[in-house]
Design a protein around this ligand. Structure first.
Ligand code: M6R
Length: 608
């Protein structure tokens, strides 16, 4: 939610910042802006409502040459998207500029106080107060002034601040919003995530909440808010800048769908040992796991759908109550949580505010918290006793694809490993699971090879008024995820429903204009699902089924079929969702939508 980037060093800062903003654009694209201290010592600011491309156009021949600057791409919270509300924001003197990701919750009170003190605030944003607070506190040392201003802020922030009179220096700070320092050779960076800077350096410091980073071309000093120097390790990013490029595909989403076989292989790397699933990340908490008597999974959006698979398996294999709850609701009715509760937070970004808040609550009540995330160094890893990484590589499209299938694969492995450690997963079942997991990448590849026929089918369904997706058991999360993909990128209404619930209300939505998309892969609930499919067919709905290769019955019942290979039921969610991702992608393309950057959305949701 908002991307920020800062640079100080020998390169020309403007192009570095614009390149960084393009790579961060998936975090928000309501407006974009940059500020530079030029070679002549002037402060240059350009900011525009709209995407980074609008800013670039406004810059015409390019920004002026500069060695230091900061940039921002916005997902609007306070103040509508406009040139005025676009970041960076400045103080009264025009010497201090600020970019911000997060929400300053007490901004109204601070704003009133600043106005009463003679400041002129021009925008509707919460962020602008920060520039003026730093202005009030400034006595010739930017880092000291930022630290003083932070003491006045309530809420969440990742901030970068620049002062025209200290032209090689940037100061960053974070609290409940991501910010990293890039450590280059004679140059330094600040950024919301590594994608913005990995083309220049792979050496990064993951700042922790409360950290303040004071960067200059050849140095990066991290302190706490009192100014005490902290020793933060430098980590190495494991992927290259090319991994975050489109690589010849029309969209990142299509590229990431095609990356799924490789992502699944990566997610399993080092975790299938002989005939057993082993996640060594759990070793340090093995003793505590031995005593668990319930499992709570927390997540949002796509990650929540993946967690439903995990909850079902924990319950089945461990024989203890297990459930998944949308993280934003978890806190309002928290279940009984104690040291015997295993809480698993599933989040691709590791920065989702709702998931972090729920995990923190669970940790405060004594639970064992395990993070399942794609992002090394992310905030959720600090709320957790153990972190299991998806190893899926960077995902740029706002609509999650490869991180969904790797989340499902990883929650399955997690449940299997915990069950094995507790002696509740028979060796035979473990072996069967390992064999099925090993087959998954090639089965996923076979499914993706059918993209052209899925595109053709999508052409016939793209003008539908809406869609009803149904599934049962492990097909249900796939139906939910398939419907979410349509909603996100086509802006069409799609319901994801438990198939058995269809007759309890939503069946009234079906007609020839609203197709029924049924996840009807081979399973113990297949016959019941077929009955639900028939109920839809009887209402004149076209029926699009996802079915297992070799199913001769479904061909007679459905209008169109997407075929997937056979696998174990818990893994069927992974294969069933792939044609639904491709279907949603092609429907969106045919409707002329902005697939990678759908309206109103941002990839990383760092506000509650
Ligand atoms: O980073 P997270 O996995 O915590 O994100 C959770 C949701 O915001 C995310 O899955 C969202 O639903 C995606 N846009 C789905 O495509």
């Amino acid at each position: 939610m908002c991307g920020i980037v800062g640079y100080t060093g020998p390169r020309d800062a403007g192009p570095v910042l614009l390149d960084g903003l393009r790579r961060l654009e998936y975090r928000g694209y309501d407006s974009a802006g940059i500020a530079l201290v030029t070679e002549d010592g002037d402060l240059f600011v350009e900011k525009r409502a709209g995407k980074v491309a609008v800013l670039t156009d406004a810059l015409g021949g390019g920004p002026p040459t500069a060695g230091v600057g900061l940039g921002h791409t916005r997902w609007a919270t306070h103040g509508r998207p406009s040139d005025l509300n676009a970041h960076p924001h400045s103080d009264c003197s025009g010497r201090i500029t600020v970019v911000h990701n997060g929400i300053v919750e007490n901004f109204r009170e601070l704003r009133d106080e600043l106005v009463a003190g003679g400041h002129t605030l021009r925008s509707e944003t919460d962020t602008e107060v920060v520039a003026h607070l730093v202005e009030d506190a400034y006595e010739g040392d930017l880092a000291a002034a930022v630290r003083a201003a932070l003491g006045r802020l309530q809420g969440a922030y990742a901030l970068v601040v620049m002062h025209r009179d200290e032209p090689d220096r940037l100061v960053g700070a974070r609290l409940n919003a991501p910010l990293i320092v890039g450590v280059g050779d004679g140059e330094s960076f600040l950024a919301s995530d590594a994608a913005a800077i990995v083309a220049y350096t792979k050496r990064v410091i993951f700042l922790a909440d409360g950290d303040v980073a004071d960067i200059r071309p050849g140095s990066a000093v991290v302190t706490d808010r009192s100014g005490a120097v902290l020793d933060r390790p430098i980590d190495e990013i494991q992927w290259s800048a090319e991994a975050a490029e489109k690589g010849g595909y029309a969209h990142f989403m299509l590229k990431e769908i095609h990356e799924q076989p490789a992502a699944l292989t990566a997610a399993m790397t080092g975790r299938l040992r002989g005939d057993a699933v082993c996640l060594e990340e759990l070793d340090p908490i093995a003793k505590r796991l031995a005593g668990i008597d319930r499992v709570e999974m927390i997540a949002c959006g796509t990650a929540y759908y993946a967690s439903l698979v995990g909850a079902a398996l924990f319950q089945e294999w461990l024989g203890v109550p297990a459930r998944s709850t949308v993280a934003s609701e978890f806190r309002y009715s928290p279940p009984p949580i104690d040291a015997r509760t295993l809480v698993i937070a599933v989040t691709q970004s590791g920065e989702t505010a709702d998931t972090i808040a729920a995990a923190r609550l669970a940790g405060d009540r004594g639970a064992i918290v395990v993070a399942l995330t794609n992002t090394v160094g992310s905030a959720i890893t600090r709320e957790s006793h153990a972190s299991v990484f998806l190893q899926a590589g960077p995902e740029v499209a706002v609509a999650a694809t490869k991180t969904f299938v790797t989340q499902v694969a990883t929650v399955v492995m997690l449940a299997a490993d915990v069950a094995r450690r507790l002696g509740r997963l028979p060796a035979e079942k473990d072996r069967e699971l390992v064999e099925a997991l090993r087959r998954l990448p090639s089965q996923a590849a076979r499914t993706i090879e059918k993209a052209a026929s899925i595109e053709e089918v999508a052409g016939r369904y793209a003008s539908a008024a809406g869609y009803m997706y149904i599934g049962r058991s492990f097909g249900y999360p796939a139906a939910l995820e398939g419907a979410l993909k349509i909603k996100e990128i086509s802006y069409l209404h799609a319901e994801g429903y438990a198939a058995g619930e269809l007759k309890h209300g939503p069946i009234s939505l079906l007609d020839p204009e609203v197709p029924l998309v049924a996840v009807a892969t081979r399973s113990a609930v297949y016959e019941k699902l077929i009955s639900n499919l028939m109920e839809g067919k009887a209402r004149d709905a076209r029926v699009l089924a996802v079915a297992t290769e070799g199913d001769t019955q479904i061909e007679r019942l459905a209008t169109d079929v997407f075929w997937v290979p056979d696998t174990l039921e818990p893994l069927s969610t992974i294969l069933a969702v792939i044609p639904l991702q491709l279907f949603a992608y092609y429907v969106a393309v045919k409707r002329g939508r902005d697939v990678d950057q759908p309206r109103n959305l941002a990839k990383s949701v760092t506000v509650e």
